[in-house]
Design a protein around this ligand. Structure first.
Ligand code: BMA
Length: 323
């Protein structure tokens, strides 16, 4: 990021945590557009002299869809009142019963959007856009069922690379992170396991399932990846956020991975909502030069929050507290 000032707040006085929340969270409320029941698990990127994003807005019939939005400062967002209407991309139009949990990545010459696409159950949908006005839908990456498709921001060994989590058709009680490659954004293969859940006694917050969160950030140590981890409690699932560092040239190799979480449900808007106890990262704005990152996350499947951190400190923390 250079042209635009990324959203930022210094660590609050007395705070010892490696990441801290924006003081005005949540930045997007559940009724931010007229039709919405909830807005969460959404993705933002630098765009023009500001930012653009793709937002998950469930409507008051609780139908899941994705909407484009724009912002000058990354905090105050104008979200379109109508959902994204796709045109045909690298294939004929394919069914989409619903769309949710988008991620957005700039690769080479355009923005790519991935999301959980309803095609006989959830799988990973892919589209591209140049302007966040016109969107072109491509082939689904995988067979159902799959969730949390997250593209790398550059080709690896000449191929597009995507993290994902094979799942089931419900509130999946399992899940590990895999990587897949494609020469053309149409055909995906070379599927390799990246990271599995942890034994309960080692790190319980990530013992049930894990999934990629934000687009990985290339650092001197490798790819910094924020991910979500889930534990099943007496009261249901609890979603927290951790970080991993993947090998630069072979991201199926995990170099480090946090034993403690970086962010877990603790504030009222994370503890209470349509689905209590969810912190679900889907995007990160960053500046390597300024040593800053702002992670965007869905809170309690209801609103959007932001958390800040120093990239160098997160890397040190991940190395020093690795499983
Ligand atoms: C997952 C997805 C997410 C959601 C999470 C917690 O399976 O549906 O969209 O945030 O559950 O409900």
């Amino acid at each position: 990021m250079s042209k635009t000032q990324m959203p930022w707040q210094e660590r609050p006085e007395g705070c010892k945590d490696v990441m801290w929340r924006y003081s005005q969270n949540p930045i997007i409320g559940r009724y931010h557009i007229p039709t919405s029941n909830s807005i969460f698990n959404s993705a933002v990127v630098p765009f023009g002299d500001g930012f653009a994003g793709v937002f998950r807005c469930d409507n008051k019939a609780v139908q899941m869809n994705i909407f484009a939005g724009f912002s000058k400062d990354g905090i105050n967002w104008e979200i379109n009142h109508e959902p994204i209407v796709m045109k045909a991309g690298n294939t004929q139009m394919i069914d989409s019963d619903y769309k949710y949990d988008p991620r957005v990545t700039w690769i080479e010459d355009r923005y790519w959007v991935t999301w959980c696409n309803g095609y006989h159950g959830p799988t990973i949908g892919i589209a591209y856009t140049y302007d966040f006005k016109e969107f072109f839908q491509c082939e689904n990456a995988f067979l159902p069922f799959n969730r949390n498709g997250v593209l790398f921001p550059e080709k690896i060994d000449g191929k597009y690379a995507m993290l994902s989590r094979p799942s089931d058709n419900g509130h999946t009680p399992f899940g590990d992170i895999y990587i897949s490659y494609s020469p053309d954004m149409k055909y995906w293969g070379e599927h390799r396991c990246v990271m599995k859940v942890t034994p309960f006694e080692d790190s319980a917050w990530q013992c049930l399932k894990i999934g990629a969160g934000a687009v990985p950030i290339l650092t001197d140590e490798g790819w910094l990846m924020f991910y979500h981890g889930v534990i099943r409690t007496a009261n249901g699932y609890r979603y927290s956020m951790g970080a991993a560092i993947l090998d630069k040239n072979d991201p199926s190799k995990v170099k480090y991975r946090t034993q403690p979480y970086l962010l877990a449900p603790a504030e009222i808007y994370e503890l209470t909502g349509d689905v209590p106890n969810v912190v679900f990262p889907c995007a990160a704005l960053h500046s390597i030069e300024e040593d800053k990152v702002a992670v965007y996350y869905g809170a309690a499947d209801t609103v959007v929050g932001v958390a800040f951190g120093r990239i160098s400190e997160i890397i040190e923390f991940t190395k020093n507290n690795s499983l």
